[in-house]
Design a protein around this ligand. Structure first.
Ligand SMILES: Nc1ncnc2c1ncn2[C@@H]1O[C@H](COP(=O)(O)OP(=O)(O)OP(=O)(O)O)[C@@H](O)[C@H]1O
Length: 226
C-alpha cells in the first residue's frame, strides 16, 4: 500500500479537564478534499490543529509523507507548514496594514523570494480567485467574501500539498460562501492540493470528495463517497 500524504492515528488531546480528542484519526490522499463535520465542540478544529502540526497531540501520531511530525525539530515543522501546508480560517486573518497583493505575496517573501517575482505570482492567484481588481486595496476596504478569496489566494500561492480550511465560509452569506468553495475546490484540483475542510454546512461539505464525522473527539469513517 502506498504511503498516504497525511495520516493521523489514535489522536488524543486534552485541554485541562476537556478531552477534545479521544482517539481521532484521518487519512488524506493527494488532491483529495475531505470535509470534517460534527457538532460544535466535538473536536474538529483540534483535529485540524493536530494534523497540521500546530498542536502536539498527547497521544497518537501524525505523519506527512510517512514522516512522523513529532520526530521533526521545531524548525523542520515550521518549514513544513510554510512550504507544504496552506491555511484558511473563518476570518481571513489577513495583515490589515498590507494591500491584498502584498498579503498574497507574503508567504513567498517569507520564503526568501524577491518582491517583483513574488508579486507577479501573487497577482496570478488573485486573478484566479476573481479578485484581481482589489490588489491595491487593504483588507479593511473589501467585502468579507473578497477578503476570504484573498486569504485563499495566500494559502494557495506556495502551491501547498495540503490546505487546511477551518470554517472558511462561516462568516459569509450563502452566495459568497458557494463562490469561495467553488473557487477553492477548482484551484485545489488544478494544483493537486488536498484539502481538510472543517465545516458545519452540508452545502459546503458538498464540495468535498468524502466526509468524516467527529463526535466526542472520535472520528467516524467516511459515510459518503462520491
Ligand atoms: N485552547 C483550548 N483551551 C481549552 N479548551 C479548548 C481549547 N481548544 C479547544 N478546547 C476545547 O476542546 C473541545 C473541542 O474544541 P474544538 O474547537 O476542537 O471543537 P469544534 O468541533 O471545532 O467546535 P466548533 O464547531 O464550535 O468550532 C471543546 O470542549 C473546546 O472547548
Amino acid at each position: 500500500m502506498e504511503t498516504p500524504l497525511l495520516h493521523g492515528l489514535g489522536l488524543h488531546k486534552a485541554f485541562g479537564p476537556n478531552q477534545a480528542l479521544a482517539g481521532a484519526g484521518l487519512t488524506l490522499e493527494p488532491g483529495e478534499i475531505v470535509a470534517v463535520m460534527g457538532p460544535s465542540g466535538s473536536g474538529k478544529s483540534t483535529l485540524l490543529h493536530c494534523l497540521s502540526g500546530i498542536v502536539r497531540p498527547d497521544e497518537g501520531q501524525v505523519s506527512f509523507r510517512g514522516r512522523d511530525l513529532a520526530s521533526m525539530s521545531d524548525a523542520e515543522r515550521s518549514a513544513l507548514r510554510r512550504t507544504e501546508f496552506g491555511f484558511v480560517f473563518q476570518f481571513g486573518q489577513l495583515v490589515p496594514e498590507l494591500t491584498c497583493l502584498e498579503n498574497v505575496a507574503l508567504p513567498l517573501r517569507l520564503s526568501g523570494m524577491r518582491r517583483r517575482p513574488a508579486e507577479r505570482i501573487a497577482r496570478g492567484w488573485l486573478d484566479r480567485l476573481a479578485v484581481g481588481d482589489i490588489d491595491d486595496s487593504t483588507p479593511g476596504q473589501v467585502s468579507g467574501g473578497q477578503s476570504q478569496r484573498v486569504a485563499m489566494a495566500r494559502a494557495l500561492v506556495t502551491e501547498p500539498s495540503v490546505v487546511f480550511a477551518d470554517e472558511p465560509t462561516g462568516a459569509l452569506d450563502t452566495l459568497s460562501g458557494e463562490l469561495v468553495m467553488r473557487l477553492l475546490s477548482e484551484a485545489a484540483k488544478q494544483t493537486d492540493a488536498a484539502v481538510v475542510l472543517v465545516t458545519h454546512e452540508p452545502r459546503v461539505a458538498a464540495y468535498s470528495d468524502r466526509e468524516v464525522i467527529v463526535r466526542d473527539g472520535r472520528t467516524r469513517e467516511p459515510v459518503v463517497t462520491r
